[in-house]
Structures are given as C-alpha cells and as structure tokens.
Design a protein around this ligand. Structure first.
Ligand code: SAH
Length: 224
C-alpha cells in the first residue's frame, strides 16, 4: 500500500526494517512477511506513538487495551495459517476474536479470502472501523459483540485467531465453529500464558498443542 507522501516513504523503509527483524526473530512464512510489509501499522496507533509503530513492542490503544507487538502478530498468523496452500488461503474464511485497533485483521485480510473480526468494546470497534476506512479492505467484516460465542453466521472457519487470553481453556463455542481440518490459535492462562494450537481432526476430535509463552490482555465476558 504505497503512499506518495514523505511519511509514506519513511514508513516503507521502517516497515522493511520491521520485516527484516521478524525474519531475524525466526518468522519463516513468506506470505505473512509480505502481508506485514504491506499494511501501514502507523495508521492504527495514536499519532503521538507513531514513531514507534514499527518497533517490536506492544503499544496502548486506549480502553486499557494494546496492539500486539509485530512478532506476536506474525507468529499467530504463521501458526494459524500453516498448512493452507495459496489456493486454500484464498478461499479461506477466518475469524479473529479481539479486533482492537484493527491491525491484525487488516493483515489477515491480505492473506485470506474472508475475514470476520469481533470486538467486545464498542469504542474500539468504532476506532477500528475508522482506522480501516481509508484502506478500503473489501473482504473484512467487523462485528461488535462477545467473541467467546464466536460468530455463528459465517462459521465454520478455516482458522480462528484469538487475540486475548482465555483464563483456563478455549471457549467451547469456538471449537464448534472450526472446520474439520481447521486450526485455532489462542493465548490461554492468567499469570502464565501460553499459545494453544487446536486442530480439529474430525467431527468429534480436536488436538491440542501447547506452544510459546506469551503475554496478552484478558479475554473478557460480555460486550460494552
Ligand atoms: N488484534 C489486535 C489486538 C487487540 S488486543 C491487534 O491487532 O493488535 C485484544 C482485544 O480483545 C481488545 O481490544 C479487547 O477489548 C478484545 N476482547 C477482550 N475480550 C473479548 C471478547 N470476549 N470478545 C471480543 N473481543 C474481546
């Protein structure tokens, strides 16, 4: 998404450095790196923090929430989309729980056929809508609601990415909204959190793999 302005060129360079850093940190997926190289992360955060937009840090987005650091977004997307070849990705429907400022949803929309992203806080849902407007992303739908119930209308999903930490386990409704062969990635835990990868291997079968230690804001109950 090139921009003719000076800031655009500076941000192109900053994004290229971010992508190189992600490679150095072990992100291998070429398509994830390319998508993150194309989405202007500085447009999703407060102007006062824009100079740090491409550093590998999480930043406040208001309402006690944060935008995840780039390496965490890259890792979540790499894990959740692993195994989908280009044709299947292009046809895939993906659900994100926790839109926040909308950054990860925008990256997902570069990678997948259809993206649905749900946020429980109306203020952030509206903020994401405003952030995303200029980017005109036709294959991304934003929903205001409690993501612990998933979004049944667009289910089943090829992949589900949960961007807030469930206390002890992945909400059961989400398991039921996965396609057979689909993958779900979610941080789980309170004091100590780790990424859980759930693969739906059959109509009644799910396999859990516990991956990296992580730090996310909590998945909360209800919308407001
Ligand atoms: N995806 C964002 C990260 C957002 S932080 C990014 O691109 O960086 C996690 C978000 O999850 C917060 O905005 C929080 O309000 C939201 N959240 C927490 N519990 C939720 C729930 N039950 N349903 C939907 N969103 C929830």
């Amino acid at each position: 998404m090139p921009s003719p302005t000076g800031l655009g060129m500076a941000s192109d360079r900053a994004r290229a450095r971010m992508v190189q850093n992600l490679r150095d940190l072990g992100i291998r997926s070429a398509v994830v790196l390319e998508a993150m190289g194309s989405v202007p992360r500085h447009l999703f955060i407060d102007q006062a923090l824009a100079s740090r937009a491409y550093d590998d840090v999480s930043l406040p987005i208001g309402h006690e929430q944060t935008i995840s650091k780039p390496s965490t977004v890259a890792r979540m997307l790499e894990i959740s989309l692993a195994g989908l070849d280009e044709a299947r990705r292009g046809a895939a429907t993906v659900l994100e729980i926790g839109t926040g400022c909308g950054y990860q949803a925008a990256v997902l929309a570069q990678l997948c056929g259809q993206v649905v992203s749900i946020e429980r806080l109306r203020a952030l849902h509206e903020q994401a809508r405003a952030n995303l407007r200029a980017l005109r992303i036709p294959n991304l739908r934003l929903v205001h609601g409690d993501g612990r119930a998933g979004v049944a209308q667009a289910a089943p999903y090829d992949a589900i990415v949960v961007a807030a930490a469930a206390g002890d386990e992945v909400p059961e409704a989400l398991l039921g909204q996965m396609k057979v062969g689909g993958r779900l990635v979610a941080p789980v835990g309170v004091e100590r959190q780790s990424l859980h990868l759930v693969e739906r291997t059959g109509k009644f079968d799910w396999e859990l793999t516990i991956l990296d230690a992580v730090r996310f804001v909590p998945l909360q109950v209800g919308k407001s």
